[in-house]
Design a protein around this ligand. Structure first.
Ligand code: NAP
Ligand code: MG
Length: 404
């Protein structure tokens, strides 16, 4: 038996594309395999292999995640027309993240990594704000039309017995216009609520949920009711025991409170609010390259990743033999998040301790002034040094060795 840290159970490793695929290997070689006897079930979600397997590998990796409970994912290309020719694809394969999310029925939580020297645009935000976005329905699965003047538009529902219920949306008189139909399903809202409450308990943080129930008295109100019912029935006591809080408020009030807050809580958002607010929050904290992301299913399966993409422009420079200064922090924290969760589930405290120490060594490296170009452009530290992708990881390793 080696003196490396042992793992009881494997975690699912999903490899990816372009510059993040290069970083993935560097992280493993420099910071993980020298210290941990890594047990992973490997799935290659790189676009070439997805194409070769008709995307079966993505489905298999999601099923394996259900089986093992923990996964770590590298950023992957979501193909568009350019990628069809670049990779000579058989089909325009769907976003792996979308496929995995649908199979796990999960909610995505995004959390910024905070370091000294990089002040958020809202300077009172001294702790991270985690955004949870409901990823089903509403305007993302809408039906919409342009309608000519004189049209009568109605909402018609036909129930299972064939009975119709109608409500007038609008009688267009004197102008043409537009209409839109939206839906959501109770089951998905309930899964979202449970994922949120579980994640709050898991991370011992308060959770806020907000919508526009004063205006949308049936639609948004349904979200509010489902959250409140599930909380009262399944979570109230657990929250009290953990010393954390759930509260519902109007979206306008939530925005005002968020801006005045110091952070340190989870903000659960409906689909559209989450789309917009997660970009706002990420930008305000400074850098997408410092944003981690975890998909949590209502039954407690976790998939960790970086929030950014494959950093394509850096990859093309890398292919030309140039040294890049690509930020590996979010990808590294995806690994530490997954290893810590594996350690918690398997009751292997050494693994959790290693993950904690590696995160501390990373933050210390940046706070001591050694960082990649994207952070150097933001940092107010006086003695800062911009290093290339690999040197940054080696600098972390120097500190990690000291701290272990
Ligand atoms: P991106 O890869 O996040 O990169 C956008 C730009 O942000 C980069 O060009 C770079 O700016 C900067 N950046 C992002 N991450 C960085 C890092 N770690 N270090 C330094 N700079 C970083 O987004 P994209 O260019 O829109 O997408 C590229 C590919 O990623 C696409 O094929 C897309 O489908 C995929 N994607 C995947 C995921 C995922 O798997 N979760 C998410 C989003 C996008 P500069 O070039 O100015 O330095
Ligand atoms: Mg967005």
């Amino acid at each position: 038996m080696s003196d490396k840290i042992q793992m009881k159970t494997p975690l699912v490793e999903m490899d990816g594309d372009e510059m993040t695929r290069i970083i993935w290997k560097m992280i493993k070689d420099i910071l993980l395999t020298p210290y941990v006897d890594l047990k992973t079930e490997y799935y290659d979600l790189g676009l070439e292999y997805r194409n070769e397997t008709n995307d079966k590998v993505t489905f298999d990796s999601a099923e394996a995640t259900k089986k093992y409970g923990v996964a770590v994912k590298c950023a992957t290309i979501t193909p568009n027309a350019d990628r069809m020719t670049e990779y000579n694809l058989k089909e325009m394969w769907k976003s792996p993240n979308g496929t995995i999310r649908a199979i796990l029925d999960g909610t995505v939580f995004r959390t910024p990594i905070i370091v000294k020297g990089i002040t958020p645009f809202i300077p009172t935000w001294t702790k991270p704000i985690t955004i949870a976005r409901h990823a089903y329905g509403d305007v993302y699965k809408n039906t919409e039309m342009q309608v000519p003047d004189g049209s009568k538009c109605e909402l018609v529902v036909t129930d299972a017995e064939g009975n119709e219920t109608r409500q007038l949306i609008h009688q267009f008189e004197g102008s043409s216009g537009i209409i839109q139909g939206l839906h959501n399903i109770d089951k998905s809202i309930a899964s979202f609520a449970r994922s949120c409450f579980n994640f709050a308990l898991d991370t011992k943080q308060d959770i806020w949920f907000a919508s526009k129930d004063t205006i949308s008295k049936k639609y948004d109100h349904r979200f509010k009711d489902i959250f409140n019912e599930i909380f009262a029935e399944e979570y109230k006591e657990k929250f009290e025991a953990a010393g954390i809080e759930y509260f519902y408020t109007l979206i306008d009030d939530a925005v005002a409170r968020v801006v005045r807050s110091e952070g340190g809580y989870i903000w659960a958002c409906k689909n559209y609010d989450g789309d917009v607010m997660s970009d706002m929050v990420a930008t305000a904290y400074g850098s997408l390259a410092m944003m981690t992301s975890v998909l949590v299913s209502p039954d407690g399966v976790y998939e960790y990743e970086a929030a950014h993409g494959t950093v394509q422009r850096h990859y093309y420079r890398h292919l030309k033999g140039e040294k890049t200064s690509t930020n590996s922090v979010a990808t590294l924290f995806a690994w530490t998040g997954a290893l810590r969760k594996r350690g918690e589930l398997d009751n292997t405290p050494d693994l959790c301790r290693f993950a904690d120490t590696l995160e501390k060594a990373t933050i210390r490296t940046i706070e001591e002034g050694v960082m990649t170009g994207d952070l150097a452009a933001l940092s107010t530290l006086e003695n800062k040094k911009t290093v290339d992708t690999e040197t940054f990881l080696r600098e972390i390793d120097i500190r990690l060795k000291e701290m272990l």
